[in-house]
Design a protein around this ligand. Sequence first.
Ligand code: ADP
Ligand code: MG
Ligand code: MG
Length: 205
Amino acid sequence: MVEKTKEIINKMADLIIENKKYLTELDSAIGDGDHGINMTKGFKKVKEKLAAKDYENNKELIKTVAMTLISTVGGASGPLYGTAFLNISKIIPDADFDLDSLIEIGEEAVAGVQKRGKAEQGEKTMLDTMIPAVNSLKESKEQDHDLETALKKAKASAEEGMKATIEMQATKGRASYLGERSIGHQDPGATSTYLIIKTVVDELY
Ligand code: ADP
Ligand code: MG
Ligand code: MG
């Protein structure tokens, strides 16, 4: 399972790196135009770290991802994503992921971001992508959906959440300085979170 997780993280890094310009453009509209640069710097380093040694288990692997993001991604997003991955590293199993473990992973990611950033849903941040995806997984569990259906629904919910940030006014982070002028633009962090969730879903089914 460590090999598969490593593959997922590498694909995630590639997608973020491919979208460097897009993420930076989004951040230029409502922030300081560095989100793509910050994330690319961090995920390039993550790829280097993963290639440099073998990891014994998922916990060790994800902890390395977390520490690398914390130390290399600048800005608000580095510590936020870093804390999310650090939380995940404490609970991630080595067995194949099932709906229960994916829900726990999602909940730990949200808890990490909230511990660090003190934001709620609706404040135009990465949480507006993350929380709907986790809620969707929980709903799928209640409705007894199979894993593939649950993953596809979670991806669709993440995308919807990302797009919903366009109409939101930012009340956390740098975009909040713009007040009402932050309305009408998609949040960069919500967009990078969508790319991360999309990778996990596309790699698991
Ligand atoms: P900076 O704003 O320091 O330049 P980045 O541009 O890398 O950092 O990241 C900006 C993104 O971070 C925002 O688009 C938003 O999604 C996210 N963000 C900022 N503050 C918070 C917070 N308190 N909680 C959750 N996410 C946040
Ligand atoms: Mg920025
Ligand atoms: Mg910055």
